[in-house]
Every structure is written in C-alpha cells, then in structure tokens.
Design a protein around this ligand. Structure first.
Ligand code: ARG
Length: 273
C-alpha cells in the first residue's frame, strides 16, 4: 500500500489567455503560422483554475496585456519564497515587457521585487525543492542568475544543464512532488547533461523517472500540492507511476498551450508566503 500523502494549500498567480497567440517562434514547439483556438485555450485554462480551487488552492490573477501573447505563462515572471520576489529578465526581446507587467501586480499586492541583472525566466528555470533550489541553464536562464538567486534567498542553488531544445526550461523536464525537507522530484533524465543527471541521481535517489513520451506530453510540466498532481492527461505512464507512489493525478488538458511550448506549470506562478 502506498503511503497517504498530505496536501498543503497553495497560493497561485495566473494570467488569463485573453491575448494568447503564437506570433513568433522562440522554442521548437512554436511555429509562426500556427492558429490558436482562443476559445478552446480559454476553456482549458478555466478548467485549470477550477481544478486548483476545487482542491482548496487560492488563485490570483494578473491582468493580461495586449501584445504580450506569452504573458499567460505566469511561471516565468518570478520565483517567490517566504514572501520575497526574485523577478525576471527574459531572454527573448518579445517577452521582456512582461517583467514590468508582473512587477506592477506584485507591487500592488504588497511585495518588493528584485530585478535580476542576468537573464532569468523565473520558475521556468528555478525550481524550489525545500532545502535546495534547482536552477536550469542551457537555453534561457544564464548561469550568472543562479548565483544572484542564491545570494538573494540564501538557499543552496544547484545548477543543472539542459541539453535538448524541446526541454528548454527546467520546468519542462522536472517538477517537485513535495517541497518539505524530504523533498522529492519527478524528472526526465535525457533532458540533462551527463553531469547534471548524476547530480540529480545523488540528490534524489528516490525520484520518479519519466519516459520520453511523458516528457513530450508535457507531463513534467506538472504542479503538485504534495498529494494531488495536476498533470497533462497524455502523460499516462507518469500518472500511473505517481499513483504507485501514493500521489493522486488530476488530469487537466492544456493542449492548446502546447503550441507555444507551455503546459500546466508554465501557466502557474506559486506565491510562497
Ligand atoms: N512560449 C513561451 C516561451 O517560449 C513558453 C513559456 C513556457 N513557460 C515555462 N515555464 N516553461 O518562452
């Protein structure tokens, strides 16, 4: 019998996909001529918000800005730990104005925002795993930002190198199952360099390992509250594996957002108080 997992209620920040579109291509999932079904996207996104609320989580929303089609990917705006906000500096010029839009939301909500000097795409590449912070680099966030984030939070920060452009953000290849002192993760090893794979194996010997198909289905772009795992429905093998470990998969389909290279976690910024 797998152990019974205890959920912890979270505060999430999201951004309605009112202006969501694929107008430029900055990752291999995006193609300039792609039509997005905005009504379908809005319906899928509303389901995600409904699922969070149905499981006892608080969801705040930032006003979307016209002309910023990727602003729906709230995870990239910051990393928030203990009420302290480490903001973003986007790699792509098309996304740079998003930092200010989110900063305005954070300031109005009573948070100070630190602006990184190096390129840093928030929780896209920074994954808080309890005692350590896992920090991705290779395609977006610069290694210099890992140092900045360690200085800012005083949390040991482990740099991990991503090597497959389809998994350009850390949160497309890895997610945290529980973020307490006994934190555990799920990940897709092939997305990482040999050295980073070894680091993950040493730090998380009991990690849940995902398959190539799970990763391609955006199954690693999941959100866990310690018990429920909000996960793409096509990541079937991973969902089964999580269930065997005592987690409860909650399927939420964000297929329309995959056209932009995003999924559940990308649409979700966690505000840790
Ligand atoms: N189109 C966006 C980009 O390429 C998708 C961002 C996905 N966000 C994430 N946290 N992985 O920047």
């Amino acid at each position: 019998m797998p152990m019974s997992r205890v959920p912890r209620s979270r505060r999430f920040l999201v951004c309605e996909p009112r202006h969501f579109a694929v107008q430029y291509a900055i990752n291999p999932w995006m193609h300039e001529d792609t039509q997005v079904d905005v009504d379908l996207a809005r319906g899928q996104w509303a389901e995600l918000v409904r699922a969070y609320r149905a499981h006892g989580h608080t969801v705040d929303s930032v006003e979307p800005v016209a002309g910023l089609p990727d602003m729906v990917f709230a995870a990239n705006s910051a990393l928030v730990v203990a009420g302290r906000v480490f903001g973003s500096l986007f790699h792509a010029p098309q996304r740079r104005p998003e930092s200010t839009a989110y900063e305005t939301w954070f300031k109005n909500a009573g948070f100070d925002v630190y602006r990184p000097e190096a390129v840093c795409e928030g929780e896209g590449d920074l994954v808080f795993a309890g005692r350590v912070l896992l920090a991705g680099t290779g395609f977006r966030t610069e290694r210099a930002a890992h140092h900045e984030v360690q200085e800012f939070f005083g949390v040991p920060t482990v740099s991990l190198t991503l090597v497959d452009p389809r998994f350009y953000h850390l949160d497309t290849a890895l997610f945290v199952l529980d973020d307490g002192p006994e934190a555990n993760i799920a990940y897709y090893p092939e997305a990482f360099s040999a050295g980073s794979r070894e680091v993950l194996r040493l730090l998380f010997p009991d990690a849940v390992i995902a398959t190539h198909d799970d990763a391609m289905a955006f199954g690693l772009n999941s959100v866990s509250d310690g018990r429920h795992v909000f996960i793409a429905p096509r990541a079937e093998a991973l969902a089964g594996e999580l269930a065997r470990h005592g987690y409860v998969p909650v399927p939420v389909d964000l297929s329309e957002f995959q056209k932009a290279g995003g999924g559940i976690k990308c649409c979700t910024q966690e505000i840790r108080s």
